[in-house]
Design a protein around this ligand. Structure first.
Ligand SMILES: [Cu+2]
Length: 257
C-alpha cells in the first residue's frame, strides 16, 4: 500500500478510533443525571439542526438536475423574494429559541449543584492531579479519586501553575482548573470505575494527565478512608511537597454548605 493510501486509511479510521476510546465515547456512556441531560440536549440539537444541513444540499442537487441548461431551462431573472426571506429568518430564530430552552435548563443543572455530601478539592499540576478531602484531612496525588456512590460530590478546582481542565465524559463534567481562581463542578455517580483526562493543553505531558475515578460503596469508602489515614493505602506524593504548596481552598469557599 502506498504512503498516501495509508494516510487516507488512517484518516478514514479516525472517527472509529475516537468513538472506541472510553474517554471520547461520552455520548454512549452517560452515568450521571447531568451527563444524561447533556446527551439528550445534544440529540435534540442534532434533530433540530440537521434539517438545516440536509435540506439545502437536497435542494441544491435537485436544482442542478432539474434546471440544467442542457435541458433547455432559461435562467431566472428575479432578484429577491420577500416572503422567502422572512420565512428563512423566522424559522431559524424559532429553532434557536427551541434549542435554548433545554440548553438553559441543562446549563442550570451543571452550574447549580444540589446540597453537597462531600467536597473534594482538585488541584491541577504539570502534569498530575492532586485531590484533597478537607473533611477528613486527607490529601494525595497521582492516584484515582475515590468517592462514595450515589452521593453529591462537589469539586472545588484550582491549579498551581497553568490552566488544566478536569474532564470525565461519563459524568458530563469538564471544568477548567485555573491558577489563582476556584471553579466548581459536581457529580453524583453510581458505583464503577471511570476514566477522564486533562482537557486543556497544559504542556508537553498534557496527554498523560489521565483522570481515574473510583466510585465505591459507603463501606468501601470508609475502609479506603481508614487505610488512607493510617497510611497503608496508595502511593504518597512523589516528593511530599504538593499538599503544602497552597493553603486549603475550602476555607474560603464552600459549595452549598
Ligand atoms: Cu493538560
Amino acid at each position: 500500500m502506498s504512503k498516501t493510501s495509508l494516510h487516507w486509511l488512517a484518516l478514514a479510521l479516525l472517527p472509529a478510533a475516537a468513538f472506541a476510546d472510553p474517554v471520547t465515547s461520552w455520548i454512549f456512556d452517560p452515568v450521571t443525571p447531568v451527563a444524561q441531560e447533556v446527551r439528550d440536549t445534544f440529540n435534540i440539537m442534532l434533530g433540530l439542526t440537521l434539517p438545516f444541513l440536509l435540506l439545502p444540499q437536497v435542494l441544491l442537487v435537485y436544482a442542478i438536475w432539474k434546471f440544467n441548461a442542457k435541458r433547455g431551462h432559461k435562467p431566472a431573472t428575479f432578484h429577491d423574494n420577500l416572503k422567502l426571506e422572512i420565512l428563512w429568518t423566522v424559522i431559524p430564530v424559532l429553532t434557536l429559541i427551541a434549542i435554548s430552552i433545554p440548553a438553559y435548563s441543562t446549563l442550570k443543572k451543571i452550574e447549580v449543584p444540589p446540597k453537597s455530601d462531600l467536597v473534594v478539592e482538585v488541584i491541577g499540576h504539570q502534569f498530575f492531579w492532586e485531590y484533597r478531602l478537607p473533611r477528613y484531612d486527607i490529601g494525595y496525588a497521582n492516584e484515582p479519586l475515590v468517592v462514595p456512590a450515589d452521593k453529591v460530590i462537589t469539586l472545588n478546582l484550582t491549579s498551581v501553575d497553568v490552566i488544566h481542565s478536569w474532564w470525565v465524559p461519563s459524568f458530563g463534567v469538564k471544568q477548567d482548573a485555573n491558577p489563582g481562581r476556584i471553579t466548581h463542578a459536581w457529580f453524583k455517580a453510581p458505583k464503577g470505575k471511570y476514566k477522564g483526562q486533562c482537557a486543556e493543553l497544559c504542556g508537553p505531558l498534557h496527554g498523560e494527565m489521565w483522570i481515574d475515578v473510583e466510585v465505591v460503596s459507603d463501606a468501601e469508602f470508609d475502609a479506603w478512608l481508614e487505610a488512607k489515614k493510617t497510611g497503608t493505602s496508595g502511593t504518597p506524593d512523589a516528593d511530599g511537597t504538593h499538599s503544602a504548596m497552597i493553603p486549603s481552598i475550602i476555607e474560603s469557599e464552600v459549595v452549598n454548605g
